[in-house]
Design a protein around this ligand. Sequence first.
Ligand SMILES: Nc1nc2c(ncn2[C@@H]2O[C@H](COP(=O)(O)OP(=O)(O)OP(=O)(O)O)[C@@H](O)[C@H]2O)c(=O)[nH]1
Length: 377
Amino acid sequence: MFGKLKEKLLETTSKITERIYKKGGEEEKIEEKIKEDKVDKIEEKIEEVKKSEKMDEHKKEKKISFFDRFGLTRAIKKAIKKEIVILEDDIEDILEELEIELLEADVALDVVEKLIENIKKELVGRKITPDDDVEEITINAIRTAIKNILSQKKIDLEEIIKANKAKGKPTVIVFVGINGTGKTTTIAKLAYKLKQKGYSVVLAAGDTFRAGAIEQLEQHAKNIGVKVIKHKQGADSAAVIYDAIQHAKARGIDVVLADTAGRQATNANLMEEIKKVVRVTKPDLVIFVGDALTGNDAVYQAEEFNRAVNIDGIILTKVDADAKGGAALSIGYAIGKPILYLGVGQRYSDLVEFNADWMVKKLFGEEEFKFSTEREF
Ligand SMILES: Nc1nc2c(ncn2[C@@H]2O[C@H](COP(=O)(O)OP(=O)(O)OP(=O)(O)O)[C@@H](O)[C@H]2O)c(=O)[nH]1
């Protein structure tokens, strides 16, 4: 996941670290630490020795220093000899390289520029002393820069559902996006997740355009055990979704998940139709479904759909197959809306909640993500 992005960010971290060592004069220091699991035992023994009357002070000191040595780890840590201040010139060439590599990893240009600006803000003018851990400083600077890009105002879907439930209203979510991004599949995955959390769900077969879309949604609904409200192919999409909402109200169903036909953001008529669907159905959320494999195209489409119907949130699909990672880093920042979930495979359970910390941990290799190649649909 995010392979190329991860590789380039970690490369940049080590290049900047090496540059700082070079500027500050590199030396090796022995760093002694008490092993975590030995701290309590040593402290107990030291207390015993301090309390014992029989032993003279000199022997007590020797005994205590023995215990100190007992649990020590010695690590050879690199450090700089003299205090330095990082200047823009020190890292300019490294950041220029990173800029090109991020663009190659499908990161949108304005996101690349913002990220470089963030890294400079974190590092340029930063004083580093011989006691500092240079690598830690560099990694934290880049992590903070990334996290800033990923932090959009979060949507708490369950909070919205519970608030509507309290008012006896269903929560209506309309899914939009271009053809083949995974809207229908993602609706099924979200229905599966919400059902697992104990919510009742009904699907609206609002993709009345593509041949087979209604049947595809019906098959998913059958697999998951939820109902679908449908009309004939070619029927008015807004009418189908409207009927699904009435059905949910009549039966006290918690959530309506509405599919719509995939459409090119450049097709003015189809964009007018989706505007009408949103105007008529007044959904609580309009969710853009983008395909991570399409990189910058997904960002462009999200911008166009956002202009047309004001997207509330994003679900990015096929992240399991995305070797680059640029779309996941760019899409939320590009339209200022949060990514709610990532599609990470072809099982109903392959929909993971997204947040900035989650992605930063993946990018810096602190957590590996296990994909499944199983298929349920
Ligand atoms: N590997 C992988 N495949 C996915 C994921 N999400 C969807 N797909 C696949 O992408 C293909 C298209 O998914 P659909 O849900 O049919 O796409 P759609 O957006 O409904 O297509 P239209 O109805 O034409 O708009 C299917 O083969 C899905 O199995 C994902 O997270 N990972």
